[in-house]
Design a protein around this ligand. Structure first.
Ligand code: NIG
Ligand code: FE
Length: 434
């Protein structure tokens, strides 16, 4: 509940009183294990655990119920209405999908058929498919239709336990259509009680009308789109697809410099097919994350480590698009924070099932189970600059929690490709049950 500073003092006072009476908005008890995502104790085990959240929706306690009882001996009778029985199940922090493109108007089954016959991403794009195909359909769709389709995808994500999601524009590629997509994201924010982080990706591809006028499109982004988006507060991050056939290193630099100067936080799609130097550039410019990295160079990895930039690894895209996996374990060994996200989009990864990214992390990427779960929780939150509030279970953080239908925190990673999410809480409130 957003407390507005301009509200009448009477109302403010009554809310303050309320807070005193309702000391807890949630007491989640009978927990078997907790993935806290804390560096010191990432997993709490041994059963009889509980998590309590205050009326502000923030965690005030996470640990043994016997310890909570010392402070609140009568909690079961005193706060009966706040109690939720986890049924001896494991609890995760709300999942964080730190890279999605889920706002688009139409799916691309025809291209998928080409892909299944062996066509590559580049071949599909050359045949008129790819980002430009989605852009054509997205441009002509009304806002309501875009919101309707995206809502369906977002509800699926919530049913997997996602409580924080980054969503990119990038299928509009003109001022009006990009604004429409960012407005759709804003609408989603009003409709769903989860954290939605909007990213502007006008530099996703050159639209056909600017195919031979790159300067013209970059100028449109830098001089028209970015200022308009900034003045309307429609995006927090700006992103660029730095790749051969998309935006060159020089073009990426111009775009990121303008965005940074206007106060946007930076993200970058880089090294998906070719290492062009975008990772090094973004790291030096202080980007929050560089994502993809299937073809990252040694120099790129070192720059990420040196500059404390998160690597956004997208293992389901590798699977879906027959790409090599990004060297996640190697980056981890170099001291890079590795986030795992879906990249949910109609072309290279038509899949929003984030827990699968953790399972692939633990099997194919050689991450430990804890690192894999950290990838879809705390490290995702870091890549969105939300780790002060999201991604771990500890006092002071938002009580975004997922009860998994499993007794151990390892089980949902181990039992591959099955949705174990049973109950989802956002800021201490139950928002979904399966
Ligand atoms: O992250 N790599 C660039 N963009 C998307 C794919 C978008 C599409 O094919 O529609 C990605 O994989
Ligand atoms: Fe992407």
């Amino acid at each position: 509940m957003h407390v507005n500073s301009t509200e009448p003092s009477q109302q403010r006072l009554s809310r303050t009183n309320c807070r005193k009476i309702l000391a807890y908005s949630l007491i989640l008890e009978n927990i078997s294990e907790i993935f806290t995502a804390r560096k010191d104790t990432p997993v709490l085990k041994g059963g009889a655990l509980c998590i309590a959240a205050g009326p502000d929706g923030k965690i005030s306690f996470a640990g043994k119920t016997s310890d909570f009882l010392k402070a609140e001996p009568d909690f079961r009778s005193k706060y009966a209405e706040a109690i939720f029985d986890a049924g001896n199940r494991a609890v995760y922090p709300g999942l964080v999908d730190s890279h999605t493109h889920l706002v688009f108007a139409a799916t691309r089954e025809d291209e998928f058929a080409m892909k299944s016959r062996g066509a590559t991403y580049e071949e599909i794009a050359a045949a008129g498919g790819g980002i430009i195909n989605s852009t054509r359909k997205t441009k002509s769709a009304p806002l309501e239709e875009i919101v309707r389709q995206a809502s369906k995808r977002l509800e699926q994500l919530i049913s997997y336990g996602v409580t924080t999601v980054e969503i990119k524009s990038g299928y509009g590629l003109d001022t009006e259509s990009e604004l429409k997509l960012l407005t759709a994201i804003k609408e989603l924010k009003k409709l769903y009680p989860i954290e939605i982080v909007p990213t502007f990706l006008g530099a996703h591809a050159y639209p056909p009308e600017f195919k031979n006028d790159h300067e013209g499109y970059i100028s449109l982004i830098n001089n028209e789109m970015l200022p308009e988006i900034k003045s309307r507060g429609l995006a927090e991050f700006a992103d660029v697809f730095c790749e051969e056939g998309y935006f060159s290193l020089k073009e990426t630099e111009k775009l990121m410099t303008a965005a940074k100067d206007m106060g946007f936080r930076l993200k970058l799609h880089a090294d998906e097919f070719n290492p062009l130097g975008g990772t090094e550039l973004a790291a030096e410019m202080g980007a929050a994350s560089v994502d993809h990295l299937e073809a990252v160079s040694e120099a790129g990895m070192k720059k990420l480590a040196e500059n404390g930039v998160v690597a956004g690894v997208l293992p389901i895209t590798s699977l879906f698009s027959r790409l090599p996996f990004a060297p996640a374990a190697k980056m981890r060994d170099l001291g890079v924070t590795v986030a795992l996200a879906t990249d949910m989009n109609p072309g290279s990864c038509m899949c929003g099932f984030l827990p699968l990214a953790a399972s692939i992390g633990a099997t194919q990427l050689r991450l430990s189970i804890e690192e894999a779960v950290a990838g879809i929780t705390i490290n995702g939150a870091k890549s969105l600059k939300r780790d002060d509030r999201k991604g771990s279970v500890e006092p002071g953080k938002d009580a975004d929690l997922v009860v998994m239908d499993a007794e151990t925190v390892s089980y949902p990673v181990y039992h591959f490709a099955h949705n174990h999410c049973k109950n989802v809480f956002a800021k201490g409130r139950l928002i979904h049950s399966n």
